[in-house]
Design a protein around this ligand. Structure first.
Ligand SMILES: [Zn+2]
Length: 162
């Protein structure tokens, strides 16, 4: 986890992504939204997270930061609730069930699932409704396929790392 691709340590390897890198893939760490997605969709996913989902993103980060425990942390808990309400997601508040069972982990899982759903359509082939027939791009490939040095990681060594 030392190679960080310009990202702060501990964060997802997709440039600009606000989430933590919690899933390893091909020697890098990605968040649950970026992992297993074609890299050419990284920016679109990051944009969706940053522009539309930050109230959920920040809430998941807060929950992880508190280790999913709010004993003596009423303010932290209330901050998350208020943020979700502010973002119009009352449906994502900690449920009575989750409260009773101390299920902050279940709550976190639900918030993360909401984020995964928010980007689920990105990177999925869709028929584009156009009146003019356009060329299909159904074999989109990452740049590394055409430019082997990228795949070998040569630029990573020359670039950001001192
Ligand atoms: Zn990410």
């Amino acid at each position: 986890m030392s190679e960080v691709n310009g990202q702060p340590w501990g964060y997802c390897s997709a440039f600009g992504c606000p989430l933590l890198g919690t899933r390893g893939s091909e020697g890098r760490w990605y968040c649950f939204c970026h992992v297993d997605k074609p890299s050419n969709f990284n920016d679109a996913i990051t944009r969706e997270l940053r522009e539309s989902q930050m109230h959920i993103v920040d809430s998941t980060l807060d929950l992880r930061r508190h280790g999913c425990s709010f004993y003596g942390e009423d303010t932290a808990y209330r901050t998350i609730q208020q943020r979700l309400i502010g973002g119009g997601r009352r449906d994502l508040l900690m449920s009575a069930d989750e409260k009773q069972t101390g299920g902050a982990r279940a709550w976190l899982a639900r918030l993360e699932r909401a984020l995964i759903e928010s980007v689920a359509d990105i990177g999925v082939q869709k028929r584009i409704p156009t009146t003019v027939q356009t060329a299909d791009v159904d074999h989109a490939a990452p740049a590394s396929d055409f430019f082997p040095p990228v795949a070998r990681g040569i630029f990573d060594n020359d670039g950001a790392q001192a």
